[in-house]
Design a protein around this ligand. Structure first.
Ligand code: UD1
Ligand code: CA
Length: 499
């Protein structure tokens, strides 16, 4: 490649990339939700509002440049999202969105720009945040705000532009202070901004609390900066759904519904069949491979992963579980932190508790409960069984009604069942106990000692047969009638004579 003569020339100023932080306002109580739980911990799409906003923010800047401003129930909020690796700034008293940025000044003043997000608007996407930032940088603005046109703008701040078609903003007017004419404006302030940090902090002290809530409104920075002859612009998103805030229970449920429908549509686009998606609850972090079929009224929660070509029948609830390809889950199964191997069949009505590891092509049938077990390849436990703290090999048959007695009232003990063993129905296995490879256990046994490989163990009372016993008992209860007996009885029973 031909080198340009002045590639490294010192007269071409090298502009360093601007340092950009994200501040997420998450300190409010959420009075309108009437809840003990802080607003930003209310869940939509299976995780807290704030977790969604952090997920979007950390796709734009790294977690060490993200600052969550917390206040109400700060410890609880911090704990809920600590694993994301973001920073926290405490706003001990919540005196408004403007005040939230005032308390963040010392953490943010090293950055050139700060993107400000609302912790209660969880549908914002990284693309929209990035577009807002790019517009702000292109416009060389002091403040850039995100707006959207809403059919029902009531409750939101309204954007007053300098003129029709102008990107420059005159002011943001809050609902409570808006005139009837301003209330007709459908362009709302979404509650997402980018500020040039020096301009923000050199003018933020001009905010006042002269408003119906007696709070410092961040929205007033539009007018404050404009009066200081700084550039304030607006960028409108074409996706108003992204900016909806969850201030009430009704808004929470609406956003949750929208998120879950969007999740279903994403999965369908990736090749998953979902019948009657409005009845399915699938959390945002769930992954499902193509050709899997989800029947109505299924919940798939947390970080569950489902392989290809599975069928999940109705009324199953699957949480934080990993399911291999080709698995059939019949109706009414409950799975919690379970792992299911390829081609396995579960249900109907199986309950797989944490630590259940079901092998390839294994069967777990109706009314079978498992906990912390390994069930080997092709093994079957088809009916009415409890298997806990057990290691079960391949090709094992567990008869109906088998129970591992894993708990002695103080400690848990392990049951080991080796490959190809056959456990007769109604067996109790008192742990710790081991059933050797290929061994048989007779039905209704109570097994307290280890059973060697290829042995038969029977642990039950001996059967006793008493020939003719039943015939004799019946005869004693109903002796044969003598002739004339009926007539005598009738005479002695006046009631009967009436009929
Ligand atoms: C705000 C905007 C409004 C906009 C709307 C968009 C103001 C004054 N108004 O109204 O123009 O249309 O968002 O959703 O900003 N918070 C703090 N500390 C505080 C107060 C609030 O961190 O002292 C947090 C809240 O937890 C919340 C966010 O800031 O996550 C927004 O506050 P909220 O009270 O919901 O503002 P809105 O009334 O929705
Ligand atoms: Ca809000």
């Amino acid at each position: 490649m031909k080198k340009s003569a002045n590639t490294a020339s010192s007269n071409t100023p090298t502009t360093a990339a601007p340092r950009v932080a994200v501040a997420i306002m998450a300190a409010g109580k959420g009075t309108r939700l009437k809840s003990q739980l802080p607003k930003v911990l209310h869940e939509v799409g299976g995780k807290p509002l704030l977790a969604h906003v952090i997920a979007a923010a950390t796709k734009v800047v790294p977690p060490q440049d993200v600052f969550a401003i917390i206040g109400h129930e700060a410890d609880r909020v911090r704990e809920a999202v600590a694993s994301t690796g973001v920073n926290f700034i405490l706003q001990p008293e919540q005196r408004g969105t403007g005040h939230a940025l005032m308390v963040a000044q010392s953490s943010l003043s090293d950055y050139d720009h700060v993107i400000v997000l609302s912790g209660d608007a969880p549908q914002i996407t990284p693309q929209t945040i990035a577009s807002l930032l790019n517009f702000h940088l292109d416009e060389q603005a002091a403040m850039t705000l995100l707006s959207a046109d809403l059919d029902h703008p009531t409750g939101y701040g309204r954007v007053i532009r300098k003129g029709a078609g102008s990107a420059e903003v005159q002011a943001i007017v809050e609902e409570k202070s808006a005139t009837p004419a301003q209330k007709k404006i459908q362009e709302i302030n979404a509650g997402f901004y980018v500020f040039a940090t020096p301009q923000l902090f050199s003018h933020i002290t001009k905010l006042s609390t002269a408003n119906p809530h007696a709070e410092y409104y961040l929205t007033d920075m539009a007018e404050v900066l404009r009066q200081a002859r700084q550039r304030v612009v607006v960028w409108k998103t074409d996706y108003p759904g992204e900016v909806l805030g969850a201030n009430t229970r009704a808004e929470l449920s609406y956003i949750d519904y929208q998120m879950r429908m969007r999740k279903c549509h994403e999965l369908m686009a990736e090749g998953v069949s979902i019948f009657f998606p409005a009845t399915c609850v699938i959390d945002s972090d769930v992954r499902i491979a193509p050709d899997t079929v989800i029947e109505p009224f299924v919940q798939i929660l947390g970080k569950s992963r489902i392989g290809a070509a599975c069928r999940i029948r109705s009324y199953s609830v699957i949480s934080n579980s990993e399911i291999g390809p080709g698995v059939l889950i019949r109706p009414g199964c409950i799975l919690d932190e379970a792992r299911i191997g390829p081609g396995a069949i579960l249900g109907p009505y199986s309950h797989l508790r944490p630590g259940s590891d079901i092998g390839e092509s294994a069967h777990v049938g109706n009314f079978v409960e498992t906990k912390k077990i390994k069930l080997g390849k092709g093994s079957k436990a088809n009916h009415l069984t409890y298997l806990g703290d057990a290691e079960i090999g391949a090709g094992v048959n567990i008869g109906a009604g088998t129970i591992t007695c894993n708990y002695d009232g103080v400690n848990k003990h392990k049951t080991v069942i080796e490959d190809e063993a056959f456990i007769g129905s109604d067996t109790t296995l008192v742990a710790p106990v081991r059933i050797g490879k290929g061994a048989y256990v007779g039905a209704a046994s109570c097994i307290t000692n280890d059973v060697p490989e290829d042995a038969l163990a029977i642990g039950r009372g001996q059967q006793v047969v008493k020939e003719g016993w039943a015939r004799q008992k019946r005869a004693a209860m109903h002796p044969p009638r003598r002739h004339g007996d009926t007539e005598t009885r009738r005479r002695n029973c006046p009631e009967k004579q009436k009929h």
